[in-house]
Design a protein around this ligand. Structure first.
Ligand SMILES: Cc1cc2nc3c(=O)[nH]c(=O)nc-3n(C[C@H](O)[C@H](O)[C@H](O)COP(=O)(O)O)c2cc1C
Length: 173
């Protein structure tokens, strides 16, 4: 283990932290935006809270903070294309990103991806700036989820499809 901590070493180590891939969306007076985010984590179930770390330079940041609400769409294994578009890795302009996939409006008016593994919608209760990012704490008000579908993970700077085990999805305990 190396003693000297260099930012590039830190980023290299973090590339080995496999993570689910999500598109975090918002809509409201500050506009409709979405960004691909893997820095999403469950915080507590009482009240049900997730955190998302969002770079303040991303176009979605001001809209998320201004609208005060967000929906975390956990991508299924076959939607790497959507992950790339919402990460700005394709030539697709911002306003066309919601053209791919079926995006529905939740009762609260947020973009929900129809085939997401799960979509968790809620209010941003707090935002804590840390370095280049803001850690947004989102209290989840409603969710929907699928009983099937593979997962999508990001590991070692590449997307990987994670097979959902039939046993796990049929388990009753
Ligand atoms: C797999 C993956 C995970 C990412 N995770 C995050 C994240 O957690 N937070 C973040 O701010 N940006 C993350 N990004 C980068 C943003 O998706 C990207 O910078 C942003 O959407 C740029 O687009 P913009 O044109 O909307 O600003 C991630 C990118 C990829 C490919």
């Amino acid at each position: 283990m190396t003693e000297l901590l260099h930012p590039s070493d830190f980023r290299e180590a973090m590339s080995l932290l496999s993570a689910a891939v999500n598109v975090v969306t918002t809509d409201g007076a500050h506009g409709r935006y979405g960004l691909t985010a893997s820095a999403v984590c469950s915080v507590t179930d009482a009240p049900p809270t997730v955190l998302v770390c969002v770079n303040r330079k991303s176009a979605a940041h001001a809209a998320l903070v201004g609208n005060g609400c967000a929906c975390i769409n956990i991508l299924p294994g076959d939607r790497e294309d959507i992950a790339k578009e919402f990460a700005g890795l394709t030539s697709l302009p911002h306003e066309r990103r919601f053209a791919n996939g079926i995006w529905e409006k939740s009762p609260a008016g947020l973009p929900v991806l129809r085939n997401a593994l799960a979509s968790l919608e809620g209010e941003i209760r707090e935002g804590k700036p840390v370095g280049s990012h803001t850690v947004l704490f989102i209290e989840v008000r409603s969710l929907r989820m699928r009983a099937d579908g593979d997962g999508l993970a990001y590991f070692s700077r590449a997307f990987h499809r994670i097979e959902r085990s039939v046993l796990a999805s049929n388990a009753s305990c």
